[in-house]
Design a protein. Structure first.
Length: 119
């Protein structure tokens, strides 16, 4: 059973950078598409970025395009989300999630890591 654990969240001033990590265990991450999602208080969860199983294809929400970069190291069973030029509206709990190749839904979720952007 695939298990995901996020880390790297924290408090950052506007304009700063953070790198989130999503470490997998229990299965080989290379078999999964990985998505990063976030949920702010009182708002619905939204997709932020995703990366194909090989890392060759990425996609981003319009709100983070050009500021966030998703990458993966399958040898380390880890996916990253590099966040730069952070804005207060990026404040949310960030989750990574995995979807098996060929399947429609994200079935595996981490517990989330809090990112707060404030001066």
């Amino acid at each position: 059973q695939l298990q995901l654990v996020e880390s790297g969240g924290g408090l950052m001033q506007p304009g700063g950078s953070l790198r989130l990590s999503c470490a997998a265990s229990g299965s080989t991450l290379a078999n999964y598409v990985i998505g990063w999602f976030r949920q702010a208080p009182g708002k619905e969860r939204e997709g932020v970025a995703c990366i194909s199983e090989s890392g060759g294809v990425t996609d981003y929400a319009h709100s983070v395009m050009g500021r966030f970069t998703v990458s993966r190291d399958n040898a380390k069973n880890t996916v990253y989300l590099q966040m730069s030029s952070l804005k207060p509206e990026d404040t949310a709990v960030y989750y990574c999630s995995a979807k098996r190749v060929g399947f429609a839904s994200y079935d595996y979720w981490g517990q989330g890591t809090q990112v707060t952007v404030s001066s």
